[in-house]
Write a protein that binds this ligand. Sequence first.
Ligand SMILES: NC(=O)c1ccc[n+]([C@@H]2O[C@H](COP(=O)([O-])OP(=O)(O)OC[C@H]3O[C@@H](n4cnc5c(N)ncnc54)[C@H](OP(=O)(O)O)[C@@H]3O)[C@@H](O)[C@H]2O)c1
Length: 273
Amino acid sequence: MNLENKVGAVTGASSGIGRAIALDMASKKMKLLLAARRPSLLQEVSNEVTRRGGEATVLVADVSTKEGAESVVKEAGERFGSLDVLVNNAGVGFFGPLEEATDAAIEKVIATNLMAPIYSTRAAIPLMKGRHGAIVNISSLSAFAPQPWLSLYSTTKAALRGFSTSMQLELQPLGIRVIGVYPGYIRTDFEKAEVTTDAGRKTGRREEMGKPGVVLDATNVSKTVVKALENDAEGEVFIGASGRVLALVATHLSPLVKRYWRNRYRRVLGSAG
Ligand SMILES: NC(=O)c1ccc[n+]([C@@H]2O[C@H](COP(=O)([O-])OP(=O)(O)OC[C@H]3O[C@@H](n4cnc5c(N)ncnc54)[C@H](OP(=O)(O)O)[C@@H]3O)[C@@H](O)[C@H]2O)c1
């Protein structure tokens, strides 16, 4: 797909991976709807989009509500008249034992990471039919390798993987491609924004848990996404060879991966006293 003049909507465009995807799409001269909750950061991204030769409009929206998630698609349609690429990227982490998770935390993580892509995808179908564009869902390698203390997060990302695969099959005949993206650890502010329980704060800090695999930059993800769009890719997309290898290991050597995490957590919790 030639991206020039195509219309894209990116959720979570104010920082990290969403920001990087928006900027790389801008370099391809796309018209973009940038959605997130922090208006000043969105405005900065919008200015940079324009500087790169793209066109941007900003939408302050909380996608953890049905109305917020649907508004992303509605606004793109109203402001640009169509939609070719929807990037469901907004997400929030959760770190700590499930026993300590409040109702509000459970609802927030599921609403943001899973319900939002479902509502925005449903809203996008009539607008995207027959345009041969794509819906991009930013999942995570944790969909392949769920971890303790990341239960809610891993669960939403695994469910998003299932949703992406179903939608790929369902929407292909309608001329809409669906791409599930599975990044490993990426340098962003993600961990600063995640919901952390008391035990999560006191013990088991993320750094001590270690980050298996290579830690990459948000631009590694954005360049992969833009290339996948240009190449009319669909299905599962990984970031570099290391991402694909980790997904294969997690799928085929699952007992070993589980043992790794079990030992890692036991050690960290033990040393935390
Ligand atoms: N960093 C990693 O290692 C990693 C690995 C795999 C997958 N991912 C996934 O990549 C995606 C982006 O994360 P990131 O690493 O770029 O972290 P980030 O910098 O914290 O970005 C998260 C984005 O989501 C937006 N967001 C969060 N809750 C929202 C809500 N209720 N409504 C609207 N926007 C919301 C945030 O914007 P506002 O705060 O302005 O609303 C922000 O732009 C997430 O889905 C994450 O799960 C990250």
